[in-house]
Design a protein around this ligand. Structure first.
Ligand code: GLC
Ligand code: CA
Length: 557
């Protein structure tokens, strides 16, 4: 397999608004990030993925961009950005920018122009359509943030398309001028010296020709069918030819609805499009009882199904494309709360177990800020504590239109709201977890006195020190990066055991997903020679065959 630096890297995602506030206004900022770069260098990560820092009215916390070449006022200035980039590079850390180009903000000058008149030069930068004869929306597509995907605009008596909030109009990628403008802007950032792009909902950029109705769901709205649309690979190849191939970058496309076969195109080893994609199958739930409730009432996927899913991605992309590895990000609940056990007793153990399970797979791992401390879901009790537009829209929609009770909805939010990941980074035990001296824009998790960085950095038994070790192991052992993968005990609903192989070297990764002792099978155990080296584990002594609650261990032989 071809060696690449981005295959050997570990990426750390920063959600700037919640990372570190340097000036007491309660909002994280670029200088805050610069001040904490030494912490990240200590952790040992190679690349930072920076959630959007561009000028934005913040309808969706920066995923609605009004100027791609300016920094959000609340986050600082372009000089602050340059200083952060320079300091990161000094420390050997690369910076990957979030590229949000499926849509802009409605306050972006392209849209401001576009909405003015039907013959404005920017009109076709977006999707404008007449309503149906009865005045209703041009088609039945639904927005990912509830309601119709169309908004009526009086100015020209037409609707515009927004797959996300009404302030996030979709760009029309079929227009070559849109592609020119986007590629110019990307080139401008590359010239500045940034090291890569994480591409927001990039699988949605090619809409179905003619924008036909989709199959209506319970509420009359339908999926747009835009995922992996007809020209998406053509456009990405063009982007690759015109921008990406000119620089040595790391690229990852967020690809909702991507299948293994599609991923082989997006992340083809021939380097014609992107390095890798984020797929969602393993973070999605099992079945949901009400289709219209979407992610809110998904059941937890049983462990055998979850393992089978990860195994499919491991084996089918091997040698042909490249996997990204993640359990959390700014859109997901905290992984220790979702996949582990966030009780006082098992929080740290299960956080380490999940880290082991993920970081020993083939692919490039992504650590989301606070994951390395075992940060947990927010568990807000009041709807007023939530800030996320998706959560607030869903609360309104489901309680008003679908008969979901307030209590039920609050439980859904505690389990899956994106705000679970967006509470401030817990730096120390002082007020507001050391994140700000002012009032934080969103509440700090109640457990910050117990769970914080200051407590963990110098504690060899902490989740932080364990992640540091995981990252170091990946840098020191080629087998973790390039080895192939085999699943053992596929039917167990208690343990996840797999092996990796490279040349004559082998790794055995054993993870207990339960709160009780589980014995690995004879067959599994017989594979581990007596002189095998224990590379890492979250219990000190070695119980050999028995896996204790949330135990994880890796043998090398
Ligand atoms: C992506 C982002 C998410 C955002 C959405 C619209 O899914 O990760 O945070 O709300 O795209 O840009
Ligand atoms: Ca600030």
């Amino acid at each position: 397999m071809q060696k690449k630096w981005w295959k050997e890297s570990v990426v750390y995602q920063i959600y700037p608004r919640s990372f570190m506030d340097s000036n007491g206004d309660g909002i994280g900022d670029l200088n805050g990030i610069t001040n904490k770069l030494d912490y990240l260098a200590d952790l040992g990560i190679d690349v930072i993925w920076l959630s959007p820092v561009y000028q934005s009215p913040n309808d969706d916390n920066g995923y609605d961009i009004s100027d791609y070449r300016a920094i959000m006022t609340e986050f600082g200035t372009m000089e602050d950005f340059d200083r952060m980039l320079g300091r990161a590079h000094e420390l050997g850390i690369k910076i990957m920018m979030d590229l949000v180009v499926n849509h802009t903000s409605d306050e972006h000058e392209w849209f401001v122009e576009s909405r003015k008149s039907v013959d404005n030069p920017y009109r076709d930068y977006y999707f404008w359509r007449k309503g149906k004869p009865d005045g209703s929306e041009p088609n039945n597509w639904g927005s990912c943030f509830s309601g119709s995907a169309w908004k009526y605009d009086e100015q020209t008596d037409m609707y515009f398309l927004h797959l996300f909030s009404t302030k996030q109009p979709d760009l029309n990628w079929d227009n070559p001028k849109v592609r020119d403008s986007v590629f110019d802007m990307m080139d401008w950032w590359c010239q500045k010296g940034i090291d890569g792009f994480r591409m927001d909902v990039i699988s949605l950029i090619s809409k179905q020709p003619g924008l036909p109705d989709g199959v209506p769901g319970e509420n009359g709205f339908a999926d747009s069918g835009s995922a992996n649309g007809p020209h998406v690979h053509e456009y990405l190849k063009e982007m690759n030819r015109r921008v990406l191939s000119k620089y040595d970058l790391i690229t990852v496309g967020e690809a909702a609805g991507v299948t293994v076969d599609e991923a082989k195109k997006y992340a083809n080893a021939d380097d014609s499009e992107l390095n890798m994609v984020f797929q969602f199958e393993h973070v999605g739930g099992g079945e949901n009882q009400h289709p219209h409730f979407g992610k809110w009432d998904e059941k937890k996927m049983p462990l055998p199904e979850w393992k089978a899913n990860l195994t499919k991605w491991q084996t089918q992309l091997d040698g042909r494309a490249w996997n990204s590895l993640y359990l959390s990000n700014h859109d997901q609940p905290r992984c220790v709360s979702k996949f582990g056990n966030d009780s006082d007793k098992y929080r740290a153990l299960s956080a380490k177990m999940l880290g082991t399970c993920l970081h020993m797979l083939q692919g490039t791992p992504y650590v989301y800020q606070g994951e390395e401390l075992g940060m947990c879901n927010a568990y807000f009790d009041k709807i007023e504590d939530y800030r996320d537009i998706e959560s607030l829209n869903a609360y309104r929609d489901l309680t008003e239109n679908s008969g979901v009770s307030h209590e039920q909805m609050m439980q859904y939010l505690k389990d899956v709201s994106r705000d679970n990941a967006r509470t401030p980074m817990q730096w120390d035990a002082s007020g507001n977890a050391g994140f700000t001296t002012g009032t934080p824009w969103i509440k700090v998790n109640k457990n910050y006195k117990e769970v914080n960085a200051e407590k963990q950095v110098n504690d060899p038994d902490s989740v932080f020190s364990y992640y540091k070790q995981l990252i170091r192991l990946r840098h020191e052992n080629e087998i973790i990066v390039y080895g192939d993968y085999e699943l053992l005990e596929p039917d167990s609903d208690e343990v996840y055991i797999y092996t990796r192989h490279l040349g004559n070297e082998h790794l055995m990764i054993m993870c207990n997903f339960t709160d009780h002792d589980v014995d690995a099978s004879e067959d599994t155990f017989e594979r581990i020679p007596a002189d095998a080296e224990k590379l890492i584990g979250n219990y000190k002594d070695d119980a050999k065959k028995t896996l204790r609650p949330y135990e994880a261990k890796v043998y090398k032989y």
